[in-house]
Design a protein around this ligand. Structure first.
Ligand code: ADP
Ligand code: ASP
Ligand code: MG
Length: 417
């Protein structure tokens, strides 16, 4: 007997048929003798619709009310799945974040989990009941509903698995594992039987939406065994090369559990960033602090940064912020114009960040130059570059996203067949 947290994403609970199918899957797991807790996302499209409502009313809306609105999607699915389970003969009940209680900090819209009171859930599980927990939501120090950032149900699931000391956290989604890149845009992407925590963390943080970054961070810290699986197929799916065919999805593991390491494990893209250029800033010590200080105070995360100084004694600062945070960043920089003394503020939301990731980069030179050459051969202009020990990222015009990802996937020898 194992204790398992099963998490189902939006497409896995997209309609009542899908919810029934998820209920049968959970029933099979329970009938196999396992203790099961379930975490659900909102039905696919619902969170986007709720976010859209808030944005239409006001782009600079109250984050506490945003949370009150967007958390409702998960509540609907937790109730519906509990009904479907009961109908299938499984004892089940729904739990919202505050009922658990899943306690978070007060950063509405991107709250962090601080504690989970798992004892009551555990007692129910021991008596054979399946808790169906609404993912993505918690309760803040002000007793108000919080949400964990987009894709946050993965983090709810991993945190719950850690709190319940579960043997495994199974993340069911609409693809059958983690691939060398998004299989929806590269048909020749390869499924990885195993991926190192560190690579998964880096891939997630640069845009591979299959797992939320914080869920991987937490899994790594709390040593939770995370497996990514499809809720659309039953049983093991053979790998193209015929190996590891008994593993049904992708297991996230320690680096030393991977025998044959590739230099590049995967390629990710993100269209969630916007480029900001602060032009003609007097070039003096303290410029960067004057630009980035107010943004940090306003909790606007800045990612890639490049500074170029002209012959006229002024400098241009180019950087990226989350697209959703762009209106906020513009407002903050406009308010700080007197201090920064910039000439012009330019923004471009039509950019994409393309990243190649792999632990093998630590010991192999030439990964970045292959990337630059591949993009230049396709006449794709690189606007900003950033690197870490196991990653190289570039910012390009978003129209070239798919072309760039496909070209790089081939260039690093990741294509199937
Ligand atoms: P869920 O609703 O189940 O949480 P998501 O849409 O958040 O699902 O994540 C699954 C999606 O992640 C897939 O449909 C796929 O398009 C995308 N994806 C991006 N990069 C990868 C990758 N490297 N491997 C697998 N899927 C990926
Ligand atoms: N429903 C939320 C979202 O769409 C959380 C999740 O799906 O993980 O971001
Ligand atoms: Mg997701």
């Amino acid at each position: 007997m194992a204790r398992i947290v099963m998490k189902f994403g939006g497409t896995s609970v997209a309609d009542l048929d899908r919810i029934r199918s998820v209920a049968s899957r959970i029933r099979r797991q329970v009938e196999a003798g396992d203790e099961v807790a379930v975490v659900v996302s909102a039905m696919s499209g619902v969170t986007n619709q709720l976010v859209g409502y808030c944005q239409s009313l006001s782009p600079l809306h109250d984050a506490r009310e945003y949370d009150a609105v967007v958390a409702t999607g998960e509540q609907v699915t937790s109730g519906l799945l509990a009904i479907a389970l009961q109908t299938a003969g499984v004892d089940a009940r729904s739990w919202s974040g505050w009922q658990v209680a899943l306690r978070t900090d007060g950063a509405h819209g991107k709250a962090r989990i601080e504690a989970i009171e798992g004892e009551r859930l555990l007692a129910r599980m021991r008596s054979g009941q399946v808790p169906v927990v609404a993912g993505f939501q918690g309760i803040g120090p002000d007793n108000r509903v919080t949400t964990l950032g987009r894709g946050g149900s993965d983090t709810s699931a991993v945190a719950l698995a850690a709190a319940l000391k579960a043997d495994r956290c199974d993340i069911y989604t609409d693809v059958d594992g983690v691939y060398t890149t998004d299989p929806r845009i590269v048909r020749r992407a390869r499924r990885l039987p195993k991926i190192a925590y560190e690579e998964m963390l880096e891939l997630a943080s640069v845009g591979a939406k299959v797992l939320q970054t914080r869920s991987v961070e937490l899994a790594m810290k709390e040593r939770v065994r995370v497996q990514v699986l499809s809720s659309f197929v039953d049983g093991p799916v053979p790998f193209e090369n015929g190996t590891d065919s008994l593993l049904p999805g992708t297991m996230v593991v320690d680096e030393d559990e991977i025998v044959e390491k590739e230099i590049v494990a995967g390629i990710a893209y993100s269209r969630d960033d916007a480029k900001v250029t602060v032009r003609k800033v007097p070039d003096r010590p303290g410029v960067a602090a004057a630009v980035f200080g107010p943004l940090a105070e306003a909790h606007v995360n800045v990612d890639m940064i490049v500074q170029s100084t002209g012959a006229d004694g002024t400098t241009d600062m180019t950087f990226t912020v989350g697209k959703a945070e762009l209106p906020h960043a513009i407002a903050v920089l406009a308010a700080a114009r007197g201090d920064i003394q910039y000439g012009e503020l330019l923004t471009d939301p039509d950019v994409a960040k393309i990243s190649v990731v792999g632990v093998g980069m630590r010991s192999h030179a030439g990964v970045a130059s292959t990337m630059f050459r591949t993009l230049s051969d396709r006449s794709i202009n690189i606007q900003v570059i950033s690197t870490s020990e196991i990653k190289v990222s570039v910012l390009i015009a978003s129209d070239y996203t798919e072309l760039a990802v496909r070209a790089l996937h081939s260039a690093y020898g990741l294509d199937v067949g």
